[in-house]
Design a protein around this ligand. Structure first.
Ligand SMILES: [Ca+2]
Ligand SMILES: [Ca+2]
Ligand SMILES: [Ca+2]
Ligand SMILES: [Ca+2]
Length: 476
């Protein structure tokens, strides 16, 4: 059942409906198709109307008031929330969502919704069946980036980071990440009680507790990286974890854990270098997978207790961060002949002799000639090669980063005109007006406490990601 629109926005609702009635030729409000509200300014005003002058808050109020799933278009800019915590009609503080809605930004780092350390940044009520966030970032909450109960939450090309509690928390709502990045939250990256969590071509890194946690909801990861979280990478109680062609690495407790009756299943999983154990308990079934400590009890010709030889979590191409497989990694070509068409970055699989386990497929460089009699015909007189050339070399995708002057990365990317409300946006907040992109987590515990020494490096990575994202292959 849909909850009635809050009375305090009845005028706004009426105005919005009248406007839409004109657009839709007098259709009754409860049968109006999805409306498109266009945000026109970054300032956090609330004059009760979303018209040619429309703040994000005014758009949310209008979309709440209009029955049905609406779309809110949000241009480049920093949308710093203002006002007091504790009310639930989007009048002040957090954005309260009471009806299904999509927030459509301009890019993962160019449209930023900043909670200004007031409370949660977006709160979704059960009357809203669905919240879809696309092409934006959400952060700097004093609480969760997105907080929902029974509503489903989708993050498509979204960063959710730098929140003092979880990135996304639901009770029974499902959470979907597609080409998304949940990082640098001080508690879990994604947490639900009974909702299912689907992580596809996404990264969950450097959060202050678990990467993804559920009690009775299933977790499925595909072509994704779960890395450098302070506690477990993936953890359930009485539910199943399925890891498909994903890398779960460098988490500070277990990599993959089912605490009670949950089951763990791997297909092409790379579970590597997690501090306490890669798996707890052992997997129920697996193929084409690898661990680095033997705790997953892999069978059937897989790599147990291998050497991962991972590169740091960084921009290796594609919209999200990944761990490259460095030369000598046992994960290279360990994944058999059948894997997804692309890896997490969008690079074609497979390369070299076979699929690589995990989220990253090393890029093959075929030998151009065979050095036939060279060894005997020309004995080397100086430094002889000591190793045969690897059939796979690692594509580093560094140009976008290295050509970005470090000095320019200290400003937020393409944020447009700062909002007029900036000066009053941070009442006691700690994080300023920009959402500092989450840190890179280049090692366990790499600074999930928020802005710090890694910020500059992170900005470089994000700027590179944004540039690369412009040409990425999206969601097939
Ligand atoms: Ca609506
Ligand atoms: Ca609220
Ligand atoms: Ca509010
Ligand atoms: Ca390969």
């Amino acid at each position: 059942m849909r909850a009635p629109a809050p009375t305090r926005i009845s005028i706004a609702a009426l105005v919005a409906v009248i406007g839409l009635l004109a657009v839709f030729g007098g259709t009754r409000p409860d049968s109006v198709s999805a409306a498109a509200f266009i945000v026109t300014k970054t300032a956090d005003t609330n004059d009760g109307t979303c018209n040619a002058d429309c703040s994000l808050r005014e758009a949310v109020v209008a979309a709440n008031a209009l029955p049905g799933h609406d779309n809110i278009s949000i241009p480049n800019g920093i949308y710093a929330l203002t006002g007091a915590a504790g009310e639930n009609a989007s009048a002040t503080g957090d954005l309260d969502v009471t009806d299904s809605v999509s927030f459509n930004g301009s890019g993962m780092t160019t449209t930023q919704i900043n909670g200004s350390s007031i409370e949660n940044t977006i709160e979704v009520f059960d009357s809203a069946a669905t919240l879809i966030l696309t092409d934006l970032s959400v952060g700097n909450a004093d609480g969760d980036g997105v907080h929902a109960a029974a509503s489903n939450v989708s993050l498509l090309n979204v960063v959710v980071g730098e929140n003092t509690d979880d990135g996304v928390e639901t009770t029974s709502g499902n959470v979907e990440l597609l080409s998304a990045w949940a990082a640098g939250n001080l508690s879990d990256g994604i947490v639900t009680t009974s909702g299912n969590v689907t992580v596809t071509r996404s990264t969950v890194s450097n959060n202050g507790d678990d990467g993804v946690e559920t009690a009775t909801g299933n977790i499925i990861t595909t072509n994704s990286t779960i890395s450098t979280n302070t506690s477990d990478g993936l953890v359930v109680e009485d539910a199943n974890i399925t890891v498909n062609w994903s890398t779960v690495a460098l988490n500070e407790s277990e990599g993959v854990q089912a605490t009670e009756s949950g089951l763990i299943v791997f297909h092409g999983a790379l579970i590597a270098n997690n501090t306490e154990a890669d798996c707890s308990p052992t997997v129920e079934a697996s193929d084409n997978s690898m661990d680095t400590d033997g705790t997953c009890d892999l069978s059937g010709g897989e790599v147990s207790n291998g050497t991962a030889n991972l590169g740091p979590l960084q921009n290796n191409g594609g919209p999200t961060l990944t761990h490259a497989l460095l030369t000598g990694s046992d994960a290279i070509d360990a994944g058999g002949a059948s894997c997804p068409e692309d890896d997490q970055r969008g690079e074609e699989r497979f390369q070299g002799a076979a699929c690589d386990t995990g989220a990253y497929e090393g890029v093959s460089t075929a030998p151009t000639s065979t050095p036939t009699a060279q060894a005997t015909a020309t004995p080397c007189t100086g430094a002889c090669p000591t190793a045969t050339p690897t059939t796979e070399t690692i594509r580093t995708h560094t140009p976008t980063i290295t050509t970005t002057p470090a000095a320019t990365t200290t400003t937020a990317p393409s944020t447009g005109t700062p909002p007029a409300a900036t000066a009053t946006a941070n009442t006691g907040g700690e994080g300023g007006d920009t959402i500092t992109p989450p840190d890179t987590g280049t090692g366990p515990g790499g600074g999930h406490s928020g802005p710090g020494l890694l910020v500059a490096a992170m900005l470089i990575a994000v700027v590179g990601m944004a540039a690369i994202a412009a040409g990425r292959k999206l969601l097939r």
